[in-house]
Design a protein. Structure first.
Lengths: 193, 495
């Protein structure tokens, strides 16, 4: 039942990476050890990146690997190791019966939503014509396709995001910094008493 | 009168001039705050400069209001609704910084960043109330929220502040997912994030698309979290209790007003034609919020928790304005937000004074006999409670706020008679806890072991006095506020 528009090569890789992503995701949620789970999540990210490439979204694929599989997962592993959560017994309480059931229900809701979404008819004028992405990629390059609207149409959103990041940094420093260096001990004991 | 063409970067910058000025000013102040040793004096100096900056930005807003500029299609709006909402937000910020300066000094919080974060949060709110694009709405909400998460935990000596801040952060992040998912689905259903274009396409196609309906429902959940409407209010009492009291006032007044202003704009510009689809959902949200907020508030012993549930109840009242739709609804909202801001800041300023160093006295029973010890403070607190209740004459502008809200509900295109009955009945219930505070202050003997009066900071005293005087004065002459809010309407772009 291969679609004549997609060559066998394409279909084969779609299913290959799809199966890898699904299997890795299943392994991710069933592992007892947090480190193993985190590594399986890296695998999911890589498989998704491959699927992005197949959708002609080369830039997003590269960012997916750099940011998610790279930076964010490293932070995950840092936290796991800093908190010394490497032993499965220590986090067993985080996966209670109710938590699992809630997650299952949420998963079913999302599945139902995918069914609804795939049943919705997309208005023909919003469907990107075949080959359009390839034409744009050839014309502007993988980054230009993203950068052009980002710095013209969505410039305001881009600048506001930088303000948001600034606030996050200031907030992290303000909360994380060692406190109380101006408080004298007498004041502190009076305060406690 | 000038029309700004938002596709030209220079015009876009000009249209956002007050917001951008506030951001730039806050960044300069941030550098100044970071440039040296932390001390109480520096904290006060940065605070004073922040208040000055607020006043300057308010002046810019007034200038725009006076020149009556308009915009073409684009990501931001320029209408009376935006400017009046900006003024209310800047007023709230001004009062918060004034209270914070005294509060931080008393609690030995020396970091001047809290004032800068307040300014940045306000800039996010100002962007939010002007936003005519769902992406900008999202960014405005996040700029506001991230700054407030930090502010809630600014008192690093308090465990409860840390708990409240973390809880707020986690639940806020969770609610952001709903908002973002809703935005994504609306985008999927309409192919645009611009409110004007969404409105046009929804009107053309009708709301039969399940994507659009799910997206709208998720947007309601996202906004419901931010305004603390029942059943999305779980975070509010703990966060309000744990946060530094001036920040609690800021959350109760400004964060709520900004989120509601955006809620109104999104609903009036993007979804006015599919009224039938969202009417009942919001109707029940308003009714449940009013009933549950007021009933739970009755059981509270802690004044900050009581005011938290009271602010949840007020979110229910304001939701009636969203349901009333049209210009009536938006003016009623602005009037209500103004009155509520005054009363909230007054009440929380009194709480700041009476809680004492380390926030030791927060039970309502600690206020017993206040009338005999500090008659002025007790009198002002009585005015604030009556204003929140909506009591005539002594509650000043609070009465007109409720009156105006009821009028909007009954005069709207689809009169909300049953909801108005619920509003009135729950307001009567709310007398149970507002008047209890008044009763404790005036009719109980002094109970506190150390009845030596806590010192009142000069700025705190000014905030209390100004709030009380304005509430009473506008209660007698509400005309200026009525005229301002009547002319401050959401002006959608012709599709």
């Amino acid at each position: 039942m291969t679609d004549p528009a997609y060559p066998l090569f394409y279909t084969f890789h779609f299913y290959l990476f799809g199966v890898i992503a699904l299997a890795s995701a299943l392994a991710f949620v069933t592992r007892k050890s947090p480190v193993a789970a985190a590594l399986w999540l890296v695998n999911v990210m890589f498989a998704l990146a491959a699927l992005y490439v197949m959708l002609d979204a080369h830039f997003i694929a590269a960012i997916q690997v750099l940011v998610y599989a790279g930076a964010i997962m490293v932070v995950f592993l840092f936290v796991i190791m800093l908190l010394n959560l490497g032993h499965p017994s220590e986090i067993a309480d985080a996966r209670g019966k109710w938590g699992k059931m809630a997650a299952g229900v949420l998963g079913l809701i999302l599945l139902a939503e995918i069914a609804v979404v795939s049943g919705t008819r997309v208005r023909p004028e919003w469907v990107v014509p075949r080959g359009e992405m390839n034409r744009l990629l050839a014309e502007k390059g993988a980054i230009g396709v993203v950068a052009d609207p980002l710095f013209t149409r969505y410039l305001l959103a881009f600048e506001l995001t930088s303000i948001l990041l600034l606030i996050a940094i200031v907030g992290a420093v303000a909360l994380g910094r060692r406190s109380d260096h101006t408080t004298d001990p007498a004041e502190e004991s009076a305060h406690a008493g | 009168m000038r029309t700004f063409d938002l596709s030209i970067p220079l015009d876009l910058t000009a249209a956002l001039a007050p917001d951008i000025s506030l951001m730039l000013g806050a960044m300069v102040l941030l550098l100044w705050a970071a440039w040296g040793r932390e001390s109480i004096a520096r904290q006060r100096a940065v605070g004073a400069a922040s208040m000055l900056l607020c006043a300057l930005v308010a002046g810019m807003v007034l200038f725009f209001m006076w020149t009556d500029s308009t915009v073409g299609p684009g990501p931001v709006a320029m209408d009376g609704f935006r400017w009046t909402a900006d003024l209310i937000l800047l007023l709230a910020t001004f009062a918060t910084i004034a209270l914070s300066m005294d509060y931080n000094e008393r609690e030995r919080i020396t970091s001047a960043e809290s004032h800068v974060l307040l300014l940045l949060a306000t800039s996010g709110m100002m962007v939010l109330v002007s936003a005519r694009d769902l992406i900008i709405v999202f960014l405005g909400i996040e700029i506001m929220s991230v700054a407030v998460y930090v502010l809630a935990g600014m008192n690093r000596r308090s465990d409860r502040a840390a708990e409240g801040s973390l809880k707020y952060f986690l639940l806020g992040a969770f609610s952001t997912c709903f908002l973002l998912y809703g935005i994504a689905l609306v985008y999927g259903a309409t192919g645009t994030t611009n409110l004007t274009e969404i409105g046009g396409r929804v009107a053309a196609a009708g709301a039969t698309n399940p994507l659009l309906l799910i997206g709208m429902a998720l947007l309601v959940v996202g906004f419901g979290f931010k305004v603390a409407a029942v059943p999305f209010h779980m975070w509010a009492p703990d966060v309000y209790e744990g946060a530094p009291t001036p920040i609690t006032a800021y959350m109760a007044a400004a964060v709520k007003a900004a989120a509601f202003a955006s809620f109104l704009r999104v609903w009036m510009e993007a979804f006015p034609d599919v009224f039938v689809q969202w009417h009942y959902a919001l109707w029940w949200l308003a009714a449940v919020t009013m009933v549950a907020g007021n009933l739970i508030a009755l059981a509270q012993k802690n004044i900050k928790r009581m005011l938290a549930y009271s602010s949840i109840a007020h979110a229910g009242y304001i939701l009636v304005a969203v349901l009333a739709r049209g210009n009536l609804g938006s003016s009623a909202f602005l009037f209500y937000a103004f009155a509520y801001t005054l009363a909230t800041f007054g009440a929380f300023a009194v709480v700041v004074v009476l809680s004492g160093r380390g926030d030791r006295y927060l039970r309502i029973d600690d206020y017993a006999g206040l009338w005999t010890v500090r008659p002025w403070l007790a009198g002002s607190m009585a005015v604030f409670m009556l204003a929140l209740l909506g009591f005539p004459i002594f509650g000043g502008i609070g009465f007109f706020a409720k009156w105006y809200m009821l009028q909007a509900a009954l005069d709207s295109i689809t009169p909300l008679a049953r909801l108005s009955v619920i509003l009135v009945l729950t307001s009567v219930v709310s007398a149970g806890y507002y008047l209890y505070v008044v009763m404790v202050m005036f009719m109980r003997p002094v109970s506190r072991p150390d009845s030596d009066p806590q010192p009142v900071g000069r700025l705190t005293r000014w905030v209390i006095a100004a709030a009380a005087v304005l509430i009473l004065a506008f209660g007698i002459f509400p005309d200026p506020v009525v005229r301002l809010t009547r002319s401050s309407v959401i002006v959608p772009i012709d599709r």
